[in-house]
Design a protein around this ligand. Structure first.
Ligand code: F0G
Length: 466
């Protein structure tokens, strides 16, 4: 078992083991495909402190943890400047923590969103903007941990299947850690912004003639044949890093839990990670009550919604995924069992939203001065539904997890504002709602008159906020 180099008083090293989520088998090492050697299900990382029900609970003093995490903000050590490794007491411990591959990930802002709060009908709404990570998405928080363990294990190659953000993040961390990276993405189905990141960071980038689910299937076979380390969220180290979003969020809220946290669902690693963090924080006494964690999917990629509604969460109902929110265009989510578990444990809901609802919510978030990618906007669209259904009450506080940066998918934004996102006459009524939110670029003669006329028209139409 790895030894810690942590020497601060009162804080225990995070020794860990792998536990199968289905049969509970415990092991000190994981196979290349991160599946249980007994039953083939997914693994999670478990610690002596993971559960109150643990056979040998390790006492961790919540006050010590909180003050130690705060103290580290004053340090200039790379691991303390990282918004992930700052929380390393609740993460798997590297043999030498100074060897962490870090781009100073995490440390993301929590924005108040008063306009969107009014639109949704809740008193207080926050956006935790994971798109402010070094490569522009939440993936960096998991990648710093998993890539560091890949390098510690001596791997020269890392690989992932991706809808774009994982590949951008993985190739950056591989480059920082002097490893080679192999990217498998669905041909023509990821944004150029994300693809260009992988190219710049030196990945061997393969656009496969299949969808994300096909890429992931192939990767799972590849890792059993070739010495490559897989960095998809099946890799439980990824989820441990992504957990820190919740630690950082609660610290930003002065440890007062919100009533609801709402997260987009694709391959379902992120919701699983956030849920695991909430349960661990609750078990450790870092928070006194659990927020409800809800997952929102696009209607066209709604495998978890259908799994819970049609199969009571007992078996996966996969779908042929289609959505313009390409980051979550996934029909066969790998971590569905983990996500179903944390939804049940926190009492959260699972909802789906239409393409028009996603586009509208993205523009409403944009009108607040906060850019995000379409997949992130499902959170606001979902919140509106959950308020209407009475699941989120009118007096409750909500945090939306904005998973990716606006600049990740500029085509979507351009098409929306130009009125080209939903071609065809069939949805005229829905289009009217969207029209009010559009701000198409204007082409004018280069004269003062033309610009002043435009300004006056905008003022008249109520477009100006001055
Ligand atoms: N939001 C964004 C911006 C994403 O990139 C993803 C997933 C999700 C939400 C969904 O998170 O899969 O953990 O449920 N993107 C992956 C990728 C699949 O390859 O970049 P999830």
């Amino acid at each position: 078992m790895p030894q810690s180099t942590t020497s601060e008083p009162g804080v225990r090293p995070a020794i860990f083991r792998f536990r199968c989520i289905a049969c509970g088998d415990l092991s000190d090492i994981a196979s290349q495909n991160f599946r249980c050697s007994r039953c083939g299900d997914l693994l999670e990382i478990t610690y002596p402190f993971s559960s109150k029900r643990s056979a040998s609970p390790v006492a961790i003093e919540p006050a010590n943890l909180k003050s130690s995490w705060k103290q580290r903000r004053l340090s200039t050590l790379p691991v303390d400047l990282s918004g992930v490794w700052r929380f390393r007491d609740l993460l798997p411990t590297l043999e030498n923590e100074q060897h962490a591959i870090t781009l100073r990930e995490g440390n993301t802002p929590l924005y108040e969103m008063p306009q969107c709060a009014r639109i949704a009908g809740v008193p207080r709404l926050y956006g935790k903007h994971q798109g402010m990570n070094p490569t522009g998405s939440f993936k960096d928080t998991g990648m710093t941990v998993a890539a560091s363990f890949a390098r510690q294990a001596g791997f020269r190659w890392v690989a992932c299947a991706s809808t774009g953000n994982t590949s951008a993040s993985m190739s950056a961390y591989a480059a920082r850690g002097a490893m080679r990276s192999l990217v498998l993405v669905p041909d023509g189905k990821i944004s150029w912004s994300k693809l260009s990141q992988a190219l710049d960071f030196g990945a061997v980038t393969c656009q496969l003639r299949t969808d994300f689910d096909g890429c992931l299937r192939l990767l799972q076979e590849l890792v059993l044949r070739a010495p490559v380390y897989q960095l998809n969220s099946i890799n439980p180290f990824r989820l441990e890093g992504q957990k820190t979003l919740a630690f950082e969020l609660l610290e930003q809220l002065d440890w007062q839990p919100p009533d609801h946290i709402i997260v987009p669902g694709g391959n379902l690693g992120n919701s699983s990670a956030i849920g695991k963090a909430l349960l661990e924080m609750h078990d450790l006494g870092l928070i006194s009550r659990l927020p409800k964690l809800s997952v929102i999917q696009a209607e066209g990629a709604n495998a978890l919604v259908r799994t819970l509604r049609e199969a009571s969460g007992k078996r996966l109902v996969s779908v042929q995924a289609e959505t313009r929110a390409t980051a979550i265009r996934i029909g066969n989510p790998a971590s569905w069992k983990k996500a179903a578990h944390v939804l049940e444990a926190t009492g959260g809901a699972c909802e789906q939203v239409s393409e028009v609802e996603i586009a509208q919510a993205k523009a409403e978030i944009g009108a607040e001065g906060i850019g995000c990618e379409p997949a992130s906007a499902v959170t606001l669209a979902g919140l509106k539904k959950l308020v209407k259904q009475g699941f989120v009450k009118a007096e409750e506080n909500v945090v939306l997890i904005l998973t990716g940066n606006l600049l990740k998918d500029p085509d979507f934004t351009m098409e929306f504002h130009s009125g080209d996102l939903f071609p065809g006459p069939s949805r005229d009524r829905e289009h009217a709602t969207l029209k009010a939110l559009r701000h198409p670029p204007l082409v004018l003669d280069a004269t003062l008159d033309a610009v002043i006329r435009t300004l006056e028209q905008a003022e008249k139409s109520g477009d100006s906020k001055t």
